[in-house]
Design a protein around this ligand. Sequence first.
Ligand SMILES: [Zn+2]
Length: 146
Amino acid sequence: MIRKKFYLLVRKTPNSIKKRCSSCFVKIHSSLYIDDPKEKNLYKRVLVYVRGDRAKTYHVTFKFFNVDPEKKEDLRQKECWVHCSCPFFKYNLEVVLAKTGNSSVIKSNGDLPVVRNPNMIPYLCKHINKSYAKAINEKATEVEKV
Ligand SMILES: [Zn+2]
């Protein structure tokens, strides 16, 4: 399966979503390189807390695949896996992104979002959109084997 690159998901995100979450607060939980035998190369995994407009905190996970810690790389150009624990992600995006390996069915029942995202457009919720720049910039120093 070929996962989409991160910048393509950013590009597909509607401007109305990008404008939301002006008061969201982003806090990095952890940033690591992961050595997973199921993957050819290391990936960078960043876990983030995003406190939303209604003071609820959601968990966002980023994985940027095929990274080389020795090089300065643009992670937007990497294939990615993303997930957010918010209801919007669950009902609009989780199944759509899971189709291309860009997420996994974790919270939803796996049904296609026929009403909320009928054209199956792969994009980002406001929490992922708000936090990705910080996640990309956050240094990862350790390599964890899984
Ligand atoms: Zn979200």
